[in-house]
Design a protein around this ligand. Structure first.
Ligand code: EPZ
Length: 421
């Protein structure tokens, strides 16, 4: 349905007002997978209404869980999980389906799934996931595009050193380790806030995890996990995207239900550009950028707590009209500049060379028809269109809806002239 829809944006309107930040997609997805491990009904509050979350619920239902949503609360009853295969069509819907592997090995002792699909950000290998789970005793065969996984006599703890602080690999190892026999150490673990959120949920279910959020995480395996209630942390990437939208229109925003402490890698660059940021207690922050911002000389995406790769695209859009030239280095993914040619159609002056892109600030953008090719790149086009003179049409909404709850509704509520047709 949403691949035939498009957004019509009349640019030039300042964004001003108050926005509530929805729950984090990249926390809700591993939490939904973790619910497989709990023998009963998990209740997840602040769960965002996204197509990726729907896809995860379809996978849970397929293996025998009962999923239901009421408002932003999703309930998963995993008392009688029976399936151990995730069909190809469900796996292809999103890349993060791979995170079901650790949970299903932990709960069922076996799992069959195809290689994950998802956004085209370059090759998305899962070698770190596979080698870590093999170290924990999993037997994993790869043939015909399928993974045949078996925990044999049950998984056991191991000392795992990740060559890269992979978010998904860290999550899969945690999910496999919480009910494995003995102790697991994860060295060079990802430190993203979503890891700590997953650990908090699992510990509330009876797991014994120490050090989540740090580079070394230690897990003592337990026999069985019981379900609990949990609230998903706010989405720091959605919050950052809303901020880019407000700043490119020289507006001001109050964000509620957010976690500024999860956003320092990004906020400090914004402050250096001339934006003014005030954080209050209780998940509230105020940000204003009434004048043209100064271009940040160099932005290098890094694992948390560095500048997040997921904000690179919306932020590149913001920099298209900043004062000066910026050099972006995308160190995490090999192909994350697919939004650049579309930004150029909107009048931006950008050159890319491999993992580097150079953005020369221009005074103004002009409306055009553009097409999203992946989630965050699609958000970048919306950000740019808000500032472009005249009318823009943005297609490829099936990508944008994966990670943003009703983006046009949110932006319209603070003054944007944007509608979905
Ligand atoms: C998570 O993806 C996020 N997705 C991504 O957000 C995010 O960009 C990424 O972490 C980095 O922060 C979810 O949480 C659902 P990685 P993930 O494993 O786990 C390489 C969005 O827009 N790698 O940390 O896949 C990989 O190729 C999405 O919301 C291996 O080489 O990220 C990549 O270059 C996009 N082998 C780098 O590590 C592996 O086994 C980072 O990957 C695993 C990863």
């Amino acid at each position: 349905m949403n691949d035939r829809q498009k957004l019509i944006v009349n640019g030039g309107r300042r964004l001003e007002g108050e926005l509530r930040v929805h729950g984090a997609k990249n926390s809700a997805l591993p939490l939904l997978s973790a619910a497989v491990l709990a023998h009963g009904e998990t209740v997840l509050h602040n769960c965002p209404a996204l197509t990726d979350v729907d896809a995860a619920c379809r996978i849970l239902t397929h293996i025998g869980c009962k999923c239901r949503r009421s408002g932003d609360t999703v309930t998963v009853d995993a008392a009688n999980v029976f399936g151990s295969e995730i069909p190809d069509n469900l796996m292809r819907e999103m890349r993060s389906s791979i995170v079901f592997l650790g949970a299903m090995l932990g709960r069922m002792g076996r799992c069959r799934l195809s290689f994950p699909g998802g956004c085209d950000l370059g090759s998305r290998p899962i070698d770190l996931h596979i080698s870590a789970l093999r170290q924990m005793g999993a037997r994993i065969g790869e043939e015909h595009g399928f993974l045949e996984c078996d925990a044999g006599k049950g998984l056991h703890g191991a000392k795992i050193v990740l060559s890269f602080p992979s978010v998904g690999a860290t999550e899969n190892i945690l999910l496999a380790a919480v009910t494995a026999k003995g102790e697991t150490e994860i060295h060079n673990a990802a430190r993203e806030p979503e890891i700590a959120d997953l650990s908090d949920y699992l510990n509330k279910c009876g797991a014994k995890i120490r050090g989540a959020g740090e580079s070394v995480i230690v897990v003592d395996g337990v026999e069985r996990l019981e379900p609990c209630e949990h609230s998903v942390i706010p989405d720091r990437i959605a919050a950052g995207t809303y901020i880019c939208a407000a700043m490119i229109t020289h507006g001001e925003l109050i964000l509620t239900h957010c976690r500024p402490d999860h956003m320092n890698g990004f906020l400090q660059v914004l402050e250096a550009m001339g934006a003014r940021i005030y954080t209050y207690g209780g998940g509230k922050m105020y940000i204003t950028g009434k004048k043209r911002l100064n271009a940040p000389p160099t932005v290098r995406t890094m694992p948390y707590p560095g500048f997040p790769t997921d904000i690179q695209a919306p932020f590149t859009a913001l920099c298209t009209t900043a004062e000066g030239t910026s050099v972006f280095v995308e160190t995490i993914f090999e192909n994350r500049f697919r939004h650049v040619p579309e930004l150029v159609r909107l009048g931006a002056s950008i050159k890319t060379e491999g993992r580097v892109c150079v953005v020369q600030g221009v005074r103004r953008l002009s409306g055009a028809k553009v097409c999203a090719a992946e989630l965050r790149g699609g958000a970048a086009l919306v950000v740019a269109a808000l500032a472009a003179e005249g009318t823009s049409e943005i297609s490829g909404l099936q990508y944008i809806d994966r990670g943003y709850e009703c983006l046009e509704g949110v932006l319209r509520s603070v003054g944007a002239d944007i509608k979905r047709v």
